[in-house]
Design a protein around this ligand. Sequence first.
Ligand code: APR
Length: 245
Amino acid sequence: MKSIEKAVEALKQSKYIVAFTGAGISAESGIAPFRGENGIWNKYEEKLFEINYFTQHTKEAWSMLCDGFYEAMFKAKPNAAHIVLAKLEKEGYIKAIITQNIDDLHEKAGSKIVYKLHGNASQLHCNNDGNNYPVADFDLTTAPRCKVCNAVLKPDFVFFGEMLPEYDMNMSIKAVSKCDIVIIIGSTGVVYPAASLPYYAKRNNAVIIEINPKPSAFTNEIADIFIPMKAGEAMQKLIDILYIL
Ligand code: APR
C-alpha cells in the first residue's frame, strides 16, 4: 500500500491528530526555507538572527530582515497544505498545529488552534516600553521605531538566544502528550527545543507521518510513514483519498 493510503488509513482510526510544521510547508507560498537549496542560510549568516547581533547592529539586521524575509512574507498566501490542514481541523481530525513558522499562513488559511513556537513576524515589539504594533503600520525601508519612546522595534519572533514563548511551548507539550498521530510537514528537525516535540509524541506511541520531498533528521529516527512529496501536493492527495474512503 502506498504511503499516502497508509497515512489515510491511520488518520481514519485516529482520535487526536497534531500537525508539526516547518518552513517547508510555506515554500510553495513563495517563502524560502532556511536550509537546503535557495535556503535563507545560504544567503545570510545565522548570526543575523541572533538577539545580540540584532541589538548591536539593528540597522543591518533590519535591512536583512526586509530583504531576506518580510518582502516574501507580505506577498505570501496560504497554499493547499495550509488550507487542507484548516479543513481537517474544522472536520475534527486535527486538534492543534504546532508550527516553527512565523508567517501566520496557518491562521490566514483558517486554522484556529496554532501554537507558534518561534513567535510571529506580523507584530513588532518595543523592548523598551513593551508596546506592540502591527508590522503593517510601518514602511520597513528604515528600521521601525516605537511611537511612544522612539526605540527601534524588534520583530515579535524568537531570535537565536531568546526563550521560546512559554504558553505555546506548554500547550504544544500537552498536545503531543495526548495525540495518537503527528503529521510532520516540511522540517529538517534540527532546531531544538521545537524538534523534540515529535519525539515526545513517539514516546507516547503516536504514529508519526512525515511529508517532505527529502529525508530529514526525523525520517530514519521516528517516522512510521514517510511521504516523499511536496506539502501542497501530498495534503491535497491525502484529503482527496480521505473523502473517497
Ligand atoms: N514541501 C514540504 N517540505 C519541503 C518543501 C515543500 N514544498 N520544500 C522544502 N521542504 C523541506 C526541506 O526538505 C527541509 O527538510 O522543508 C524543510 C525546510 O527545512 P528548514 O529550512 O530547516 O526549516 P525548519 O525545519 O522549519 O527550520 C527550523 O530553523 O532557522 C531556524 O527558526 C528557524 O523555524 C526555523 C527553524
